[in-house]
Design a protein around this ligand. Structure first.
Ligand SMILES: [Zn+2]
Ligand SMILES: [Zn+2]
Length: 283
């Protein structure tokens, strides 16, 4: 996608189209942290990389559908739970013959490959049309854990397996000496920092992290595969990452509740805050 004017080629921009976890919400009390489930747009120069296809991808898709004539883009899925793929059937570029994209996913429990996952997502009785109705030029790509994918144009995508029921993949995108990581959905072991993840995040400019809970409520959700705000702080400090942003905001936490957590977390670490729907980071 080439939506940038000359001189902006080296921009590295991250835009959050959805930060909600588990399911979409509605109502004014959820406006700030957002109604839509996870979708992150990453612009590296004139290239577009999308992370996850939650409901937030719908608005991004409307914008792209009218600008699909230039180039190819990439969509990486952390995993195939509904909150991360529910925007796929409604993602306009998939039905546009002028669009060309790679859809990447990996190690999804119960599936053979990315194409198979898409096939099973778009099937009766859940959805009226199959992936055969897509008009875009789509390549389904399978990734492995701990892989470094060279996307060309100086962009590399690193992968790491996450601790989540049915598995999930974390991503780090490097471009022009800068980096951004998305680490969701994942859990942690209290009192035991994930050294592999600390290394993965070492020195990144920013990472978005699964902050579904706070430490005090972590034990109430055993085996749910999510993490906490305090763990984001610990990872941020241990890795030397410049900035951590909590996301996967739970449906039972309205804006007032998240605001309260964010102000308390700021006392522990002023480099950890929250991702909100519509937020743009320039790295
Ligand atoms: Zn999720
Ligand atoms: Zn999940």
């Amino acid at each position: 996608m080439n939506l940038l004017s000359p001189g902006e080629e080296e921009d590295f921009t991250v835009r959050f189209w959805g930060t909600r976890g588990t399911r979409m919400m509605a109502g004014e009390q959820f406006r700030k942290y957002g109604w839509n489930t996870i979708c992150v747009e990453v612009r590296c120069g004139n290239r577009l990389v999308i992370l996850d296809a939650g409901s937030g991808i719908d608005d991004l898709g409307k914008q792209l559908a009218t600008n699909c004539n230039a180039g190819e883009f990439d969509l990486f899925l952390t995993h195939a739970h509904y909150d991360h793929v529910l925007g796929i059937p409604f993602f306009a570029p998939l039905y546009n013959a002028g669009c060309k994209l790679n859809i990447w996913a990996g190690k999804l429990t119960g599936s053979t490959d990315t194409r198979n996952v898409m096939d099973r997502l778009m099937v009766e009785p859940f959805f009226p049309v199959s992936i055969e109705t897509f008009r875009a030029d789509i390549r389904y790509r399978d990734i492995r854990d701990n892989e470094v994918i060279d996307l060309g144009d100086g962009i590399s995508v690193h992968t790491i397996p996450l601790d989540h029921p049915g598995r999930a993949t974390g991503y780090k995108i490097e471009f022009g000496g800068r980096s951004f990581a998305l680490i969701t959905d994942t859990s942690h072991t209290p009192g035991q920092l994930n050294e592999g993840l600390v290394e993965f995040l070492r020195g990144v400019d920013a990472f978005a992290y699964d902050c579904s809970y706070v430490d005090a409520e972590f034990d109430e959700y055993p085996g749910f595969g999510h993490s906490t705000w305090e763990e984001a702080v610990r990872l941020r400090k241990a890795s030397g990452a410049e900035r951590a942003l909590g996301l996967h905001h739970m449906p039972f936490k309205n804006d007032a509740a998240v605001d309260q957590i964010v102000s308390r977390i700021a006392l522990l670490d002023d480099a950890t805050s929250a991702a909100t729907e519509g937020m743009v980071l320039k790295l």
